[in-house]
Ligand binder design. Sequence first.
Ligand code: URA
Ligand code: SF4
Length: 224
Amino acid sequence: MDPREALDQIASEVRGCTRCNLHHSRKCSVPGEGPANARILFIGEGPGVNENEQGRPFVGAAGKLLENLLAKAGLRRDEVFICNVVKCRPPGNRDPLPEEMAACGKYLDRQIEAIDPEVIVTLGRFSMGKFLPGARISAIHGQAKVVDGRLVVAMFHPAAALHQPALKPALEQDFANLPRHLMLVSTTVPQTQNTPVGPIHTYHELVHDEPPAEDADPQQLNLF
Ligand code: URA
Ligand code: SF4
């Protein structure tokens, strides 16, 4: 199926979904939005009060901050795909339950398959846990990890930075580094100017266990 059609199909199923208990208290489910060919997929936690009203992701204060952070990466909101681990609001913004994430995960998996993004950015610990179980966000935020042949970068949740301003500089720095991750994916490990050009390592080689170039910046890619 064409990716756009697949995403529209998922969105229509999500709007009428009753697979978990969150459907009882929601007003609007929030499938997510963005271009089908987005290179980056951002995955938050779940809709808040504003998202539940409007049926769109990240439209409240955290969304405003997300837009500012995207600008630090030279990105506009309308060129990335934005969604959440659970598509319906957990009452009172409580944490999503394991069974809710399991029920809703099928939609997220289908979205990932349809978009086939080059980079997945997880916002907060619940979406991080899907790809990097057991990881500590304070230890690994901003690092590019290869998970199932795709780059995954875990970041703090923008709402966390609103509550704890001390997290904001790290979040800004992690967004500012996103273009480097995208560059790595699209072609090669960048060579420094004075180094003779060595073998070119493509993303394909990197994710298929070829070692990165010796002079590659170790911050750029942390293979498990
Ligand atoms: N927080 C999230 O995790 N997702 C949203 O859509 C809004 C706020
Ligand atoms: Fe369905 Fe997901 Fe909403 Fe639960 S949270 S009702 S699984 S769309």
